[in-house]
Design a protein. Structure first.
Length: 189
C-alpha cells in the first residue's frame, strides 16, 4: 500500500508545485510593459493673431511601465478662425499618434511631457480642404485626483506644415501657442 501512496502523492504534489511558479507572459504584472489604460476629453484654447479658438478632442492610450502613455488623440476646432491679414476662415481636425512621459506618475502632482504628431485636415470656409502635417509638443503638470481620474494642465505649440499656397494661408498663420486642460479616466495595475 505504501508503494502505491508515494506515486499518488507525487502525482498531486508535482503539478501543484508547478502551479506556484508563474509563467512569464507578455501581459502579466511581473514582466509586462503595459501597466494601464487611460482615455478622456481634452479642451484647449489657442490664439491666432487677435482671434482665439476653442478646440475639443480626446485622448486614448495605453500606459507603459507606469510613466509612458502611448496612443492617439482626436482633435477638432469648434468654430471658424478668422485672421486679420487674410480673408480666409479655417478650422482644423486631426487624429494623431500621441506620446506622453509622466515621471513620478504615482505622486499626487507630477510633471507631464507630451507630443503628438500626424496628418490632419485644414478646412477652408467656402473652399477646398487641405491635407496638412501637425506636430504638437507640450509640457505641464498632472494631478492624480483619484486613482481612476487624472487632471492635466499643459501648454505647448502647434506646428502645422505642408500647407498648399492655394489656400491663402501660410504655416505661420495656422501654427500657434495653446493651453490645454485634459481629464483622463482609467486605471493602472
Amino acid at each position: 500500500m505504501k508503494n502505491f501512496l508515494i506515486p499518488l502523492m507525487l502525482l498531486f504534489l508535482i503539478p501543484g508545485s508547478m502551479l506556484g511558479q508563474r509563467t512569464e507572459t507578455i501581459f502579466d504584472n511581473s514582466g509586462a510593459w503595459i501597466s494601464g489604460i487611460w482615455l478622456g476629453p481634452t479642451y484647449n484654447y489657442t490664439q491666432f493673431g487677435e482671434d482665439f479658438a476653442f478646440v475639443r478632442g480626446a485622448v486614448y492610450g495605453f500606459e507603459l511601465a507606469d510613466i509612458i502613455l502611448v496612443g492617439w488623440t482626436t482633435t477638432r476646432f469648434k468654430d471658424w478662425v478668422s485672421l486679420e491679414d487674410t480673408p480666409v476662415n479655417f478650422k482644423m481636425k486631426y487624429t494623431n499618434f500621441f506620446f506622453s512621459l509622466t515621471p513620478a506618475s504615482r505622486k499626487a502632482i507630477h510633471p507631464i511631457l507630451s507630443f503628438q504628431t500626424g496628418p490632419g485636415r485644414l478646412l477652408i470656409e467656402g473652399g477646398d480642404d487641405d491635407r496638412v502635417f501637425i506636430m504638437q509638443p507640450s509640457i505641464g503638470f498632472e494631478a492624480n485626483v483619484f486613482e481612476w481620474c487624472r487632471l492635466a494642465l499643459e501648454g505647448g505649440y502647434r506646428f502645422v506644415n505642408e500647407i498648399e499656397a492655394s489656400t491663402g494661408l501660410s504655416e505661420e498663420d495656422v501654427s500657434s501657442l495653446y493651453g490645454q486642460i485634459s481629464l483622463k479616466f482609467g486605471f493602472s495595475w
